[in-house]
Structures are given as C-alpha cells and as structure tokens.
Ligand binder design. Structure first.
Ligand code: SF4
Ligand code: SF4
Length: 381
C-alpha cells in the first residue's frame, strides 16, 4: 500500500484541483494528507475558492468535545488556516464562538450577535450550510430526547431543526457516527437510547431515519476523528468532488469515505510492528517492543489509514506509542473492543456488527442521497 501511495503521488504531478475528476481528487487527498495536499495544490485551491464561501454549522451533543480538540490540533494547515483556505464561514460552534447565551452582563440579550440560540434559529431558517454534528444524539427516554438538553431544548430537536435545512451532514467522531463511547454497555444505555446520525447498531439509519430526514450524511468516525479525515472530506464536499446524488459510491457500508477507511485493508497491514507479528514475537507485557496482539490490539479488524497517515502531524500512532489499537473507527466501538487490553478471541466477519443492519444502511444511503444536488455556497460580499 505504501508503494501504491508513492505511485499515486507521482501521477498527480502538475494536476489542477479544478481539473481533477472526483476519483483522482479523493485519491490525492488520501495519499497526500492535508499538509501535502495544501502544499501541492495551494494555488489552485485558492483559485477554486475565490468567489465562494461555505457556511458551516457545528453542533455538540452527547460527547467530550475531543473531536473539536483534534480539529483544533490540526497542524498544517492549522484550524483557522484550514477555514480560510477552504473559504469556510464557521457560523456556529458552541465552544469557539463568542456568543454568551441569554444574558450578558446580567441583561437579557435578544440579538444573534450575543445570543447563540437566536443565531442558531436564524441559521436554521436560512439553510444552505454543511451541518457538522459532534457527539451522539439521545433519543430517550421514550423517544423524547430529553436525556440531553441544551438551553432548555432536547438536542434531538436541535438536530432535527438544523438537519432539515442542511445541504449535507458530516458526523465527526464515532459518537456522532455510531453512538460510540456513549453506547458503552451500562445501566442507563437503554434509557438514553443514544443514536448515531445515520447508523446505530440497534437502529439502521440512526437518528435521521427516526426523524424522517433524507439528507446525505458522511461519517468520519474515530475517537477522536483525525483532522485530515475531517478537513479533506469537507474540502471534497465544498469543491463538488463528492457527488451528493450518489454519495454512497464514495462511502463504505458504514458511511465512511473509502479513501480514509479502506474496506480492503486494515490498520494491521501497515503497522510498524507488523514484522514482529509475522515472526510471532508477541509481547505479553507492555513496553517489550514487539507486536501488541496479545495485549489486546484490534487493528486486524480496524479499517482506516492511521498507520500510513499517522497522528500529530504524521509523528506517531497508537501502536508506535506502545498502546494497542482499540478499533475506535469501527461502528461496534467500544463494546466489541472490550476488554481493551486482552487478546481478542472473536474474529467474526464485520467485527460483530449485524450484517442485516449493514445491508439496510447501504440502501438508506442511496435513498437519502437522491434529494440533494450540491452544497450551496454564499456569494462573496
Ligand atoms: S501491534 Fe497490532 S497492528 Fe501491529 S502487528 Fe501487532 S496486531 Fe498488528
Ligand atoms: S490506531 Fe486504532 S485506536 Fe488508534 S486512532 Fe487508529 S483506529 Fe483508533
């Protein structure tokens, strides 16, 4: 796979972003990563973005904000640079924006400049944005969504209001994609009924299906999601390199972009410790330097390009740092990955996911994609 990556990079010399077909674009972003992509195509990227601005509305549900932190840790380009380079207007993001709520200096404020609730209502009325959802969406108790309340409103209602007017939806992180950590087996799990946007093991189609919303949704799982996976997917959306009429073609059966989550290979294939695995040098204690399989590594079941792209500006990854992969990008994380630090005995196909649900999800993607044609952009003022 590494040599294939080099071939792709060689073949991409001197191509213009605007001239690239969708397939080539996705190959380029997968092979180069965000920093390499921007370094190589910065000029034509700037040209492509010159006359348009894309609105992004970013919501936080049941989550830890780790995916926002991961995006804020993007190195090259940094978060603010990435927004600028992609000509994104980040209209709403609760942990970054200056809006302070209903009261400022003890006085009730009624303008969207100071009151985030009014701002979100205005944005939802206008529509025409990419909706980014971080965190799962509780549907419980009893379908009320009251297990997660923001400003007096169930998060489920906020998602409904904003998703209906979105041009496309990006679920960032495993919680928003599939429920993730919030669906860990525990006493309150059933009561809260945590949902992913478009896929939950117990609910094919996720909260969008429950709400009856037909919108293309791209899942960028990971606990947290890699900033490259997120920004490059948003770049592909903005540049029209993802066909919203046929978005299922670019995604795997769990709604993940195939270039970053290759269905045909696993993280284990490219692990820097793979040589030890092949020679049967399997560590039984931490920090012995060999393969981490017996210490609970789940990378042989996990589909993502972590081992090639790496984290922290391409510096390292979980196994390189000495910890086993927990398959955090998979829809069955974390339950199927537990116990985290014990050798996995189950090697079921699809890592224990219900194959009937997978088929239903694939059909759902094809249907929802039909309704939307393109991500709208704002005219530059
Ligand atoms: S540490 Fe994990 S990913 Fe690396 S070779 Fe061993 S089992 Fe495979
Ligand atoms: S290596 Fe495994 S646990 Fe680490 S980020 Fe990638 S998928 Fe998640």
């Amino acid at each position: 796979m590494a040599s294939e990556k080099l071939n792709v990079i060689d073949n991409l010399q001197n191509l213009d972003v605007l001239q690239m077909d969708r397939r080539t674009f996705m190959k380029a972003v997968a092979a180069l990563g965000a920093s390499g992509f921007v370094a190589r195509y910065g000029t034509s990227l700037a040209k492509a973005m010159e006359f348009s601005k894309t609105k992004v509305v970013w919501l936080h549900g049941a989550e830890c904000t780790g995916c926002s932190i991961s995006a804020l840790n993007a190195y090259n380009p940094e978060f603010a640079d990435a927004l600028e380079k992609l000509n994104i207007s980040l209209e709403y993001h609760e942990t970054i924006l200056a809006q302070q709520g209903l009261f400022v200096d003890g006085k009730l404020v009624n303008t969207s400049e100071l009151n985030g609730e009014i701002l979100l209502d205005e944005l939802a009325n206008e529509g025409g944005y990419i909706l980014v959802v971080e965190g799962s969406i509780p549907n419980g108790p009893d379908n009320t969504g009251k297990a997660c309340i923001l400003g007096g409103h169930p998060f489920k209602d906020i998602v409904e209001k904003t998703a209906r007017k979105a041009d496309a939806i990006v679920a960032i992180g495993t919680c928003a994609s599939y429920g993730g950590i919030t669906t860990t087996n525990c006493d309150t799990k059933e009561y809260c009924d945590f949902q992913g946007m478009s896929f939950t093991e117990t609910t094919p189609g996720g909260i969008l299906k429950i709400l009856g919303i037909d919108k293309p949704c791209i899942n960028i799982p990971g606990c947290p999601a890699h900033p490259d996976w997120f920004f490059l997917t948003v770049a592909a959306l903005i540049l029209g390199k993802l066909d919203l009429n046929n978005i299922g073609a670019a995604l795997d059966q769990y709604g993940r972009p195939k270039p970053f989550y290759p269905p045909e290979s696993t993280i284990h294939d490219n692990c820097p410790r793979r040589g030890y695995y092949d020679r049967g040098i399997l560590d039984k204690e931490i920090a012995q330097g060999g393969c981490l399989w017996k210490l609970g590594c789940k990378a042989p079941y996990a589909h993502s390009d972590c081992a090639l792209r790496k984290w922290n500006n391409g510096l390292s990854l979980c196994m390189q740092a000495g910890g086993p992969c927990l398959a955090c990008v998979e829809p069955t994380f974390p339950n199927a990955s537990m116990p985290f630090f014990e050798e996995s005995e189950k090697t079921e196909i699809l890592f224990g996911a219900n194959i009937g649900h997978v088929a239903l999800f694939a059909i759902g993607v094809a249907v929802v994609a039909a309704g939307v044609h393109a991500v709208r952009r704002m005219k530059k003022e």
